[in-house]
Each structure stands twice: as structure tokens, then as C-alpha cells.
Design a protein around this ligand. Sequence first.
Ligand code: UGA
Length: 434
Amino acid sequence: MFVRRIAVIGTGYVGLTTGACLASLGHHVVCADVDADKVKRLCAGEVDILEPGLAELVSEGIAAGRLSFVLGAPAAVEGAEVVFLCVPTPMGVGGVADLSIVESVIEEVGTLLPAGCVVVNKSTVPVGSAQRTAELIERDDVAVVSNPEFLREGSAVHDFLNPDRIVVGCDQQDAAERVAALYARLGAPTVLTDAASAELVKYAANCFLAMKLSYVNAIAELCDRLGADISDVTEGMGYDKRIGQAFLQPGPGWGGSCLPKDTSAMLQLADAADFEFRLIRATIDTNNRQRQRMVEKVRLAVTGKRGGSLSKVRLGVLGLTFKAGTDDLRDSPALAVAALLRQAGAKLVGYDPALRSGDVRADLDGITLVDDPYQAAEGVEAVVVLTEWAEFRSLDWSKLAGVVARPVVVDTRNLLDPDVVRRAGFEWNGLGRR
Ligand code: UGA
């Protein structure tokens, strides 16, 4: 059953992906944003988010007459049967999720919502938000449903169309079923529950993923100390179906716009419920320490001793985004490590496939950004791989060996093939690997 009018408020990566994918499933979708220029560009099929397959889906939706874009939420909710709230919920003061944008949208459209429509909270919001949203709307004829998203940046379209599960939470069964029916064609397991449980699923899942990564980074450290090999250890662990192979890749720490925000929010959530969630505290602390540990690795590789000075040492940094496949720098572990290296006195030249020199984003302050990995390696004492871009694997390491001052690689993602790099004359230093 196709819905004749779905409104999606917010065209960030969650909103635009949700709108374009729902249109591709046969529904009619109107997406709203407050940015007039963005709306104009989207109407012309121009997508400025780096998300594989999204631009194609947007163009197809527009051409099929099932996807359109309007300025402002009021225009979108007119005649809508379902209204998705996909606006940002940034980390606010003290790690508490800031709901002011959600609240201002509700203030704007609360009285305009058609009778009988369902409002869907897609944004990651604290437990209790659906109830709070319902209180703000103050309408008996409008139901509020929590329907968290589990989209990864860089594979959001794939994740939307191939979900592991759909979670829908509402105390009104019929409203929950109406939302679940939107995804029926995807054939995914569906969890119908109350709103608070649906909201908690999102935090519990993201925090579990963060915990898994902090755990694997700690095991990698242990491998370094014990002379074991993390890739064999994780392979051996991962065949256990209860553990699984995914999310076992050690790195410079986890980052991005979700896991750091959600782990902090979980601590606040627990705190407010008078529960000291030590496991999550340790997960965050381990992650912060991991960044410092990467600096120590570089120090040891460059100076040959623990605590050696990096003052005025020139380093070539490969990868700055928070993970490969995105141009997102928010809470990037690569940038955090780079900042610590700079604090230690190192001079950084950076290259990232998703960034161009002249990028003025404040986060890059102090890193000389170049457009070519070989240029980034010129005259450096070490090449430091910080983001797992596949193209770094196929670099010409003999050519790199010809331009560096010293052939040293610190591979914080265990991305490169050590044999290839070593054959080119480099000393390769990974995480928890000999
Ligand atoms: C994460 C979750 O994976 C999604 O399920 C969720 O929907 C999303 O947050 C969200 O809340 O919106 P995302 O932030 O796009 O998705 O990034 P991930 O792919 O989860 O990566 C997070 C961090 O962990 C990155 O810094 C990445 O490099 C790191 N990572 C990931 C590792 O270090 N090792 C791994 O094996 C996997």
C-alpha cells in the first residue's frame, strides 16, 4: 500500500535518504528544508551530500513525480498522512541531546498537522522524546511514533533499502502498524514496541558498537604488548556467530557524528535515571586514550624511543575524514590524532581523497592540505595513515619511498599490506601486528 503524501522535515543525510528511499518504494514524498538555496538545488536534482546512490534516487523520484522539495515545514505537512522529523539533535550542554530544533519544528507545524496523521521521530532523541513531542503537539488526533534509523554515512541508501530490522515504537498499535507498513516491501524483521523501548534501541545499539570498537582497540594494544596478531585474533573471535566479523577493525578510535554523541547521551540518560553506566564511561575513556596511543606509536616509530620529541618533525598524514567513503570531518579521530601530533610540535602535511587544498574548515587549521598523496609524503619523517581509504592500499610505495625523508609508515588502520610496503623499503608499524 502506497502512501499518497509523506512529509519529511529536514534534508540532511537522514532526511534526504529517508525521503528519496521512501519515494523509491512507491510512496509520494515532500521534503522540506529551511535553506532556500538547498531546496532550489534539490528541486533541480542537485545533491551535495557524498552518499552513493542518493543523487540517482533523488533524480528518479523527481522524474517519477513522487519526490518534491519545498521551503519550510508548513508547506510540507499540508495533507500529509505521515510526517517524518529528520532534523539535527546535536550534542548540547553536558552531553545532553539538544532538542531545540525538533521543538521549534513542532511549534511551527503543530496546529497545521492534518487530523489523523502520524508524526514519526526519526532523529536520534533521548528516551521520553516521543512522549514529549506528543505533549508539545497537544493533539488527540495526531499520534507520535518513534522509528529510529540505523543508517551509516557512506552507505545510507544501501542500509535503508537493506535494513537488518525496522523498529517502530508507539503506544497506539494502529499508528505503529501504519508506519511499519511503509517499509513492508523491504521484508525486514520488524520490532513493534512502545516508544521508550524504540528510542532506547538506537542508543543501546550505537553504544554497543562503540563498546565493541573500544574493546577491539584494547585487545590490539594487548597484542602489541604480548607479541600476538590482532587480525588473527579478531578473525578467530569473529567466526563465533555470537560475536560476528563486523566492527572488529582496530583503528585510531571511533568518531563521527553519531557514536561520540550517543555514548555521551547514554551516560546522561543513565545518570538521570540514577544509574552509573561504568561500561560506557570506560568505552569513552578507552577511545580518548586510543588517540593518545596513536601519537605514542608515531613518537616511537620516528624517534626510536618512548617519549621521544616530535618537535619540528614533518609528518605526512593520509586520511582526515572520520572514516572512508565520506567527506565528514565531525569528531574525526584522524583530526583528533592530528591535533595531538601538532600539540607535540610536529608539522603536518595532509591528504584526503574527499578534501581539496584550500578547504577552509576550521578543523583543518594547522594542517597543510595538498591534493596529492605523493606531495603529502615529500620530505617527511613518517607517513601516518589515519583513515581507511582503499586508494591508499594501491599507492605506488616505491615512488613514495623516493620522496620521503625517512621510509617509515604508521598505519593506524592496519589498512596497508605490510609486505608490499616493506618491499618498497619502508618500515611498517601497525596496530597489534608484528
Ligand atoms: C553509526 C552506526 O554504525 C549506524 O548504525 C547508525 O545509524 C549511525 O551511527 C547513526 O547513529 O546515525 P556512522 O556514524 O556512519 O554510523 O559510522 P560507522 O560506520 O559506525 O563508524 C563509526 C566509527 O567507527 C568511525 O570512526 C569508523 O572509522 C570506526 N570503525 C568502524 C572502526 O574503527 N572499526 C570498525 O571496524 C568499524
